[in-house]
Design a protein around this ligand. Structure first.
Ligand SMILES: Cc1cc2nc3c(=O)[nH]c(=O)nc-3n(C[C@H](O)[C@H](O)[C@H](O)COP(=O)(O)OP(=O)(O)OC[C@H]3O[C@@H](n4cnc5c(N)ncnc54)[C@H](O)[C@@H]3O)c2cc1C
Length: 695
């Protein structure tokens, strides 16, 4: 099963060039707002973000004849274009063998709980259409000779619904969608950061009227921050996840998401307690998940202390070399940390051990030129002494080579190539890594069409909080494609984005721009650097994979204090070009407070360990055990069954965050459609009706 493929083919899968953007459509309309000459770009719909989800919404809407533009902080930045793992996946419900069962797939998607059941079904049933359309646009998903899709097993996936075009699958998705956008002459305004959402009306009559952005191309003497106005009747938030929240992060640099932006506009957020953490190389170098064959080749894991002394720390956790090596292998498809897998010497004991080494100031490495050292007093590592599932997998893969680097080269040469491109030769030197934050499962609360609680505003991709506590690997990209399409369908059916709004929004926009200008303080005490350092350290140290009630509540008090301080004293910037970043950090302060407030409510209501967080408690029911004894400090609570069927919703009102729990939306699996009965709903557009949210 060795990959015998010419180098140029491997190169094309790792070096993916993106298309050149044409010149942006200019505007002649300018308004004098808050003393600035502000350019005005009118469109029916603005999509914020040019990742895989935003571009999907954009091309679907444009194809339906709507007036749409994309604005993006960085056109080929963000997670889809710049990150990935060797198991970047999509769901393959319509593949070889006997196809799939959408209800079973939906159950797998929502298996971790706290996920709307109708959303899970929407993602399952929408998946084949997303795959087929991406293939039509040129995404090279691997097939067998008779047309079935090649697939494999990934995290939280018992069936093997994942597929991959190699390490750059999501970047390839962005590429084919961007090429389609350019074919459709869809305007993409690059280096354009949305900083405020404009609405009009009160309560039920509130609606979207536009977005204020900061644009590099519009900076001038009369408008030093490049403030621009994008009036629109529909808005799609596709700004990705809040990767900058954590110091220890495998997101690419500069991922801010739109949680703060949304909160400020009165948009509800949900499931903010749920994030993924797992092993990877940090964004300070080359951010990449160490799942799949990186660990299935079973390299040696060790740490180095401040004096340069090496430590075989995993040897203190597992009872035998076989147990250690087999669990390291399993991290290949049990990649995210999970509290219950710390028990019974399972694979997340490895995450805990690495987390503790890093916290003690040691640096942790993978060495592909050494097999795992023996657990003290036990037999040395041998491919013959592995658990049956591991031995069978490596046997089927033909990975019987003596050293991990040889096994890795045999199973996945691209994985070595990939790091080489970023000047790291894992065949020659050990690879430093850590446990990092990787994905936000929660986000903006949406219904089955991607609608938020603010009429005219939609959220798709990682910006939307559509995932529950766990998600199968690949479900994020699939959800972004499905909801990008559904949001576009809904907007098109509403007719609201067919024409450019001609309305007069001078007062609302002028007041908001004035408020933003008052917040920005050249060289102010709350600098981008200090706010960033404070938020990231707090989130990684106090709200990462290991949490407890007291620490989270203290962290929440500190986060509140920071938000109040920024409100009172503004946020500093060095050069005018940094102003957009400063406002994004102000939003991150708000987002961080919201995440901590949700965690605090969850823990105080007896919430236990779930997803990628362990909630430690001296009275907890479970405790991880190592070969040296129990780890009492990490005794943790079990999840309460009732929390699986509810979600925590957060919104901002006045100065305060308001939190409440609500039941998940359910889905009756026995419901069947009937053509003659249901066709009229489709023909008349009644399928798009209904309340935006269930409560
Ligand atoms: C290391 C790693 C590995 C992963 N592996 C997988 C995997 O195997 N399978 C899977 O399904 N998922 C995986 N994920 C998650 C998945 O990649 C993301 O959830 C997904 O790419 C998000 O796509 P998106 O379009 O929502 O956002 P992004 O791709 O992050 O795009 C966000 C866009 O918004 C823009 N933007 C942000 N803020 C603003 C603003 N204020 N104004 C204007 N523009 C803005 C950005 O420039 C960018 O264009 C992985 C993530 C990481 C970090």
């Amino acid at each position: 099963m060795s990959i015998d493929v010419p180098q140029h083919i491997l190169d094309e899968l790792t070096d993916v060039d993106m298309p050149r953007l044409p010149a942006e459509p200019a505007t002649t309309e300018r308004l004098d707002l808050a003393g600035l000459q502000v350019p005005v770009y009118r469109s029916g719909c603005v999509i914020v973000g040019s990742g895989a989800a935003g571009l999907r919404a954009a091309v679907e809407l444009k194809r339906r004849g709507d007036d749409v533009v994309v604005i993006s902080q960085s056109a080929w930045g963000g997670t889809s274009a710049c990150s990935g793992s060797d198991k970047q996946t999509l769901h393959t419900a319509n593949t070889a063998d006997q196809g799939d069962n959408f209800k079973a797939m939906a159950r797998a998607i929502r298996d971790g709980g706290a996920m709307d059941e109708d959303t899970a079904y929407v993602e399952a049933v929408g998946s084949p259409r997303m795959m087929a359309s991406l293939q039509y646009l040129g995404l090279p998903l691997p097939q067998e000779r008779l047309g079935g899709t090649l697939r494999y097993q990934t995290d939280h996936d018992d069936v093997g619904r994942a597929t991959s075009c190699g390490p750059r699958t999501s970047r390839l998705m962005v590429k084919v969608l961007a090429e389609e956008a350019l074919r459709l002459a869809l305007p993409i305004y690059n280096q354009t950061t949305a900083v405020s959402i404009l609405t009009e009306g009160r309560r039920a009559d509130r609606r979207i009227i536009g977005v204020i952005a900061m644009r590099a191309a519009d900076r001038s003497e009369s408008n030093p921050f490049g403030i621009a106005l994008f009036p629109c009747s529909a808005l799609v938030l596709a700004a990705g996840g809040p990767g900058e929240l954590y110091r220890d992060s495998v997101y690419p640099n500069g991922c801010f998401g739109s949680l703060g932006l949304a909160l400020e506009a009165g948009i509800e957020l949900v499931n903010l307690t749920e994030s993924q953490f797992g092993i990877g190389t940090r964004r300070e170098g080359f951010p990449w998940n160490l799942s799949g064959t990186y660990v299935q080749s079973i390299p040696h894991v060790y740490s180095v202390d401040a004096d340069g002394k090496e430590h075989h720390f995993l040897g203190a956790y597992y009872r035998t070399t076989q147990e250690l090596a087999s669990n390291l292998f399993r991290k290949g498809y049990q990649w995210p940390f999970h509290a219950t897998r710390m028990l019974d010497f399972k694979s997340s004991l490895i995450d805990l051990a690495i987390y503790l080494e890093s916290a003690s100031g040691r640096r942790v490495y993978l060495d592909f030129n050494r097999n795992p050292l023996a657990v003290p007093g036990d037999l040395p590592f041998s491919l013959e002494r592995l658990d049956d599932d591991v031995k069978t997998y490596l046997g089927n893969a033909g990975a019987s080579q003596a050293l991990p680097i040889e096994r890795l080269r045999h199973m996945n040469p691209l994985s070595i190539e990939l790091y080489r491109r970023y000047k790291v030769d894992i065949a020659a030197e050990p690879l430093e890594f850590a446990v990092n934050n990787q994905h936000m499962n929660g986000g903006i609360r949406v219904d089955v069409w991607g609608r938020t609680n603010l009429p005219g505003c939609y959220a798709v991709g990682e910006a939307a909080g559509t995932h529950g506590v766990t998600r199968p690997g690949g479900a994020a990209l699939n959800a972004g494609q499905v909801f990008g399409t559904r949001a576009a369908e809904h907007i098109a059916a509403s007719g609201r984005a067919k024409l450019r709004p001609s309305g007069y929004i001078r007062t609302t926009a002028g007041d908001r721009i004035q408020a933003l200008l008052e917040l920005l303080k050249p060289g102010g005490e709350n600098s981008v650097k200090s706010v960033r350092a404070e938020i990231q350290a707090r989130m990684s140290d106090k709200a990462g994979l290991i949490c407890d009630a007291q620490t989270v509540s203290e962290a929440l008090a500190e986060a509140r204090q920071l938000v109040a301080n920024i409100k009172a004293n503004g946020i500093g910037y060095g050069r005018p070009a940094e102003a957009a970043r400063a406002l994004q950090w102000r939003h991150m302060a708000l987002a961080s407070e919201a995440v901590l407030a949700a965690l605090d409510v969850y823990i105080s209501s007896g919430g236990g360990s779930r997803g990628a967080r362990a909630i430690c408690d001296p009275d907890g029911e479970d405790v991880p055990v190592t070969r040296d004894g129990t780890l009492e400090a990490f005794r943790f609570r079990r999840e309460k069954a009732e929390h699986k069927s509810e979600q925590i919703v957060v919104r901002s009102e006045g100065e305060a965050l308001i939190l409440r729990t609500c039941p998940i939306r359910t889905f009756d699996e026995s419901t069947k459609s009937f053509f003659e009965r249901d066709w009229p709903d489709w023909l008349t557009g009644r399928i798009y009706d209904g309340a935006g949210q269930s409560d």
